[in-house]
Design a protein around this ligand. Structure first.
Ligand code: GLN
Length: 550
């Protein structure tokens, strides 16, 4: 049977509970254990697929096509393991399963109630994953913060599991210790309150991970220990650091791995973090900087700039850079800025800045996206990269726009567009996939895109083939539109190379432009498969070329 570790959050969200969970996974895995991690999101949505990235952050996609929370991406990156739909639970999923079972008389005529039937379904899911994967450890991260109405039933599941297997369940609270400017001292009270709240749910944390701007000092550790009923050794200091990949190493400095094993009465085991430490070293000692521009639209919320929507791309850039001893500098470029129609009065900044903005960069990425906002600005940026030989990587929508740009400005198809933005477009070089048309007309949006891993055959002699060093690859998708094969001939005749094609449906998955330092665009999302110790080959090559430029 597996050991269960529940991770809950205190005081506020956004303090890195997901990365903390992923890091705990890494330090256990580095001791030779098999580890699984589950993200519980307390919302009603069955998955993250229908949510706006500004609201939710990136929608991560697994091999099996689950559209889930970005933390599942963190788990995959830190564990270096592919995960699946079973690693992701939402309130909606739990209720849907319980209701379906009730309709099938699965409860044998009983009154089906929120407690215990909802927590029981949560437990069933955890145990199913554990059995399937033969996990030694199952980490379960409960989304949100303690005290929220929404995640109570998940805490209840954790409590019941502990009641059933007292020796096999450990609770970790990831909490925040603010240092208010006017006080100038680190305050423990909010964390004390978070522990009290957890106590009212019948749960006592075994370990507290104390997130703060700076490391915890002795008086603070003592205070938390006494007031929160946790041994001083089990208060783990987790200060802000430069790179999230330092966290497993930092945790080990406070002996977290062994503290966890002790809680389960397991023998201490040596950990092997050698490769990880090497990675941290190269992060800390970059030899050069590389400036990458990201032309997107999902980063403004009020007065703040969020990068959450593009997290896997950012991480993929970092992985590639670290393996090349480089330090990435990512520049956020708001796509609307470059389009006269969307930026008539220059509210986003001067339109004519396009040249200046892009010339100062070593490379440009146009990431995925939905809807017409920002599209024309992105097309302008792509055109500039193509003409001025600025290394360019297009991802999903980024590829579709690269094709539109090429059709308009090289093939002379002046009205080329995607039917996503112009329904009655005649020069629809990007068109909705036939099976998607039906789904859209019935408003069946949830979980219906072309999702997850699909094979792609690479054409001999192309740069993509050289980069991947193999002829058949598998990459993850999330889209409804595709390059329209009716236009393949004219595009090819004018020099666009269809470097990768899906062998089952003959869909173009990669386009390239020759005689350019790097111009590759993919219909899939390579960023989802990049790992810190195994950077994605496309990103690595892209960064390598960018580095040559500076
Ligand atoms: N909106 C485009 C499509 O649905 C691209 C999607 C994406 O970038 N993930 O095909």
């Amino acid at each position: 049977m597996a050991k269960y570790i529940f991770i809950a959050g205190g005081v506020m969200s956004g303090i890195g509970k997901g990365v903390a969970t992923a890091s705990i996974g890494r330090i256990l895995k580095s001791r030779g254990f098999s580890v699984q991690a589950i993200k519980i999101d307390p919302y009603i949505n069955l998955d993250a697929g229908t949510m706006n990235p500004i609201e939710h952050g990136e929608i991560f996609v697994t091999d099996d096509g689950t559209e889930c929370d970005q933390d599942v991406g963190n788990y995959e990156r830190f564990l270096d393991q592919d995960l699946s739909t079973d690693n992701y639970i939402t309130t909606g999923r739990v209720y849907q399963a319980v209701i379906a079972r009730e309709r099938n008389l699965g409860y044998g005529g009983k009154c089906v109630e929120v407690v215990p039937h909802i927590p029981e379904e949560v437990i069933r899911r955890i145990k199913k994953l554990e059995k399937q994967k033969k996990a030694d450890f199952c980490l379960i991260e409960i989304g949100g913060t303690v005290g929220e109405y929404q995640n109570l039933l998940f805490l209840e599941a954790a409590r019941i599991l502990k009641l059933r297997y007292p020796r096999d369940v450990v609770f970790i609270l990831v909490s925040y210790l603010p240092i208010p400017k006017m006080i100038g001292e680190m305050k423990t009270k909010p964390t004390q309150h978070a522990v009290r709240t957890l106590n009212t749910a019948g749960i006592q944390p075994d370990i507290i991970i104390a997130r703060a701007q700076v490391p915890l000092d002795a008086p603070r550790k003592r205070k938390i220990s006494i007031f929160c009923n946790v041994a001083e050794k089990d208060v783990i200091s987790a200060p802000d650091i430069k790179s999230i990949y330092e966290i497993p190493v930092n945790f080990e400095e406070d002996n977290l791995g062994n503290r966890i094993l002790r809680k389960f009465n397991l023998r201490q085991k040596k950990s092997d973090l050698r490769k990880w430490r090497k990675l941290v070293k190269s992060i800390e000692n970059p030899e050069k900087e590389v400036k990458i521009g990201m032309v997107g639209k999902y980063f403004k919320t009020g007065k703040f700039t969020l990068m959450d929507s593009y997290i896997s791309i950012i991480e993929a850039i970092k992985h590639a850079c670290y393996s090349l001893k480089a330090q990435p500098k990512i520049i956020w470029l708001q796509a609307e800025k470059y389009d006269p129609a969307e930026n008539p009065k220059g509210a986003y900044g001067a339109r004519r800045d396009l040249k200046k903005d892009l010339n100062s960069l070593d490379g440009v990425i146009v990431p995925g996206g939905f809807g017409s906002r920002g599209v024309e600005g992105k097309i302008k940026a792509i055109q500039y990269c193509r003409k001025n030989k600025i290394p360019f990587l297009g991802l999903c929508l980024g590829m579709q726009l690269a094709v539109i740009e090429f059709a308009r400005n090289v093939c002379g198809l002046k009205n080329a567009n995607s039917t996503e933005f112009l329904t009655n477009c005649q020069q629809n070089v990007i068109d909705v996939m036939p099976d998607q048309k039906e789904k859209i007309s019935q408003r069946k949006y949830g979980g219906t895109m072309r999702l997850g891993a699909h094979p792609c055959r690479l054409l001999k002699g192309t740069l993509s083939r050289k980069i991947y060093k193999t002829s058949l690859i598998s990459e993850r998708h999330r889209h409804r539109y595709e390059l329209n094969n009716k236009f393949k001939e004219i595009l090819e005749k004018n020099g666009l190379i269809m470097a990768g094609v899906n062998p089952e449906r003959n869909l173009v998955e990669i386009v390239e432009i020759p005689n350019h330092p790097f111009f590759i665009a993919t219909q899939f999302h390579p960023e989802f498969k990049s790992r810190p110790l195994r950077p994605h080959p496309l990103f690595r090559k892209f960064i390598q070329v960018c580095l040559k430029k500076n």
